[in-house]
Design a protein around this ligand. Structure first.
Ligand code: ATP
Ligand code: MG
Length: 359
């Protein structure tokens, strides 16, 4: 725990060494994106291949999140104090738009964003250096925020609440803690595991939003916009065919669009219709519910080895040869959302619908 004492500069103490970690975080970001970033064109490849929404109009769905943020951003702008919009926590399964939303907040506010993955902030100096480097109104985006270590988390508390940092100067017995003012900023935290975040940290966020899976119509709209960016010609039945197999997730919709585009280019077809999308996705083993091989395997091992369950997460992960976190964060939420699997206190259980699906 950091203890506050009155500051007196020790002549012998060296200047506290500050550094901004150069490790980049979001797998979608390039190394060059780590510093101040106002251009959200972050997906790999050339600009034309970038499918991140450029503004909130292109950010489809998540209506409650968007209206809550727009109200707070507007109010903060009217107060001429944009950081007063409050800190934002976005949680939910991968690929639902947490990172995209963080970039849009910065863009909408006309400020810079600095992005870090929590595991990269392993030393107290890291977070102090970053906090002191922020300009007024900057967005600090911490991905995988549930993985912050305890010391870093506690250093964040005064920064989030009072925009102050505790700086340790000097060494060992001669060390002094000085509390310094920093510029007001907005923290956007993203996580797939809200339950792993301590209450004191969570309570410092004004906005805490659960990302929702997307409807087929919303996904079709996203795919349609992205098809235009990729100069792909696709009709409405082709859009719905891809949307319905995208497991409610824009990142998957983008991936399937690219796969179907390859298939269409390979056939030299100049329009993607339902038939082409259907054939392509069958070829890539994406079924009509959006389930892939691994989803099916989870249901099948539960049925074969445990008569449908219950079975524990680690057991399932071991049986399918997949990492436990991937099963928990990626596969399970969609299986549960689709009504095929239940998470009970005794373990995971295949539902009637799941049994039916596997027959
Ligand atoms: N609401 C949306 N509207 C349009 N496109 C979206 C939306 N949400 C996500 N996308 C698309 O999906 C891609 C993945 O989204 P993003 O990286 O923001 O997800 P994430 O929640 O941060 O995932 P992770 O948990 O894996 O970091 C984006 O690059 C963008 O193309
Ligand atoms: Mg992300």
């Amino acid at each position: 725990m950091v203890i506050l004492s009155s500051y007196s500069q020790d002549e012998n103490s060296s200047e506290p060494e500050l550094r901004v970690p150069q490790t980049c975080l979001d797998p979608n970001l390039n190394q060059g994106d780590i510093a101040s970033e106002t251009n959200p064109s972050l997906e790999q490849g050339t600009a034309r291949e970038s499918l991140r929404p450029d503004n909130f109009d292109e950010y489809i769905g998540q209506e409650k999140l968007k209206s809550a943020l727009k109200i707070s951003m507007d109010a903060a702008r009217k107060r001429q104090d944009i950081a007063s919009m409050g800190h934002v926590m976005l949680y939910g399964p991968p690929g639902l738009g947490k990172t995209s939303c963080a970039y849009l907040i910065a863009k909408e506010l006309g400020t810079s964003i600095k992005t870090f993955s929590a595991p990269a902030l392993d030393r107290p100096k890291d977070i102090i250096g970053i906090l002191m480097s922020l300009n007024t109104g900057d967005v600090l985006f911490i991905d995988e925020i549930h993985r912050l270590n305890k010391v870093t988390e506690e250093l964040l508390y005064p920064a989030l609440e009072d925009f102050e940092v505790d700086l340790n100067s000097g060494k060992d017995s001669s060390s002094r803690i000085m509390r310094l003012k920093i510029n007001k900023f907005i923290l956007v935290g993203a996580t797939t595991k809200l339950g792993y975040i301590s209450a004191p940290l969570r309570d410092r966020f004004l906005h805490v939003h659960r990302m929702q899976y997307y409807t087929h119509e919303e996904l079709a709209e996203i795919i349609s916009k992205n098809a235009k960016k990729l100069l792909v010609n696709i009709n409405s039945s082709g859009l719905m065919e891809i949307a319905s197999r995208s497991r409610g997730t824009p990142r998957i919709a983008n991936r399937l669009l690219r796969l179907v585009r390859d298939y269409a280019d390979h056939l030299e077809a100049d329009l993607i219709n339902e038939q082409i999308a259907h054939k392509a996705l069958d070829l890539y083993q994406i079924d009509k519910y959006g389930l892939d091989k691994m989803d099916k395997k989870i249901l099948e091992v539960l049925i074969q080895h445990y008569k449908g369950g219950p079975a524990g997460l680690e057991t399932i992960a071991g049986l399918i040869g997949e990492d436990k976190n991937t099963v928990e964060d990626y596969y399970e939420p969609f299986l549960i959302q689709s009504g095929l699997l239940l998470r009970t206190q005794r373990g995971r259980v295949v539902t009637e619908k799941g049994l039916e699906y596997c027959r």
